[in-house]
Design a protein around this ligand. Sequence first.
Ligand code: 5AD
Ligand code: SF4
Length: 359
Amino acid sequence: MEALIKNIKADGKLLAAILDCSSESLFKSLINKAAIIKEKYCGNVVYLRGLIEYSNICRKNCYYCGIRRDNKTIVRYTVKEDEIINTAKIAYEKKYGSIVIQSGERNDKEFIKTIDRIIRKIKQVSNGKLGITLSVGEQSYDVYKMWYESGAHRFLLRIESSDEDLYKKIHPNDEVHSFINRLKALENLKKADYQTGTGVMIGLPFQTSEHLAKDLLFMKDFDIDMCGMGPYLEHHKTPLWEYRHLLKPQKERLNLTLKMVALLRILMKDINIAATTAMQTIEPEGRIKAIQAGANVLMPNITPAQYRDNYFLYENKPKTFEAPEDHLPHLGKKLKTVNHTIYYGTWGDSKHFFRKNGQ
Ligand code: 5AD
Ligand code: SF4
């Protein structure tokens, strides 16, 4: 078994075998190997991004997501412009260094203009010093470029699954949910000079280890700069709820996610990998475990309190404002116990991005 992880390389069969293997000692060795690589290439530091869930209005209808268009049981919201600017200002003052603006997907003119204005204003109130990552879905190249020129410099767009057949099983089969368009959007982000991040959900119904191995190879081939991946969590107001009997127990999905993080760190030594909220939903220590498995980015939720309850992608998502586990001194202490420190007040860019661009 241990032989499997001696020489980990971009080989689908090998990666799938590692993901499939239930040996505890293999699990531990894999995590250790990733931890050593991370320390060497990234250091034991954690970058922060204050996560602002800007709006739960979405034009899409993904089968797994609690804020999909057809879920009429949730209250839709958009954070007011002055509130988001103010939240960003607080993040800057608290030395987060960077924020992520995340939102359901819209591509109407008003949305595009508002995001542009928000980016410019945040740059103004932080003297250009707060880093801005966007996670607001598929847009045209021109829109991506405009936002880049206004000051956003990193973008996360999860491929969700790199296998076209699986992608089609978890999305409606129409123009709005086209796999090809999603790939094109990722290409356009690169072309528009963003540090580009993607990711997948882990433990989806119908998903096999071969699919996940393919996801890792996709990320390597695409030469991503950043990754955010997390366990799939079922939501009762979504079409995939019907297939919940096919799911692995949540704890297993978390462990599989940790293996994915470790494998990706081994395959892509200097990219940024986020320890995502969904991991913490399964287990309070989920994100810390991800940091130990090779992740180097944490995204504490800083969405203004009154909106929190409605960004409900999956069940049991932590909802309170400044949840104690997201309180920075608390996080700092927790990280110290696993030999990591928070790097305050920095953008925390992907080293990989600069290396591949010869800088
Ligand atoms: N479980 C886990 N992750 C989910 N996302 C959406 N719905 C779920 C779910 N039920 C993730 C998707 C999306 C990101 C914003 O949230 O990967 O890209
Ligand atoms: Fe909308 Fe994203 Fe949810 Fe799909 S996953 S329904 S695009 S918020």
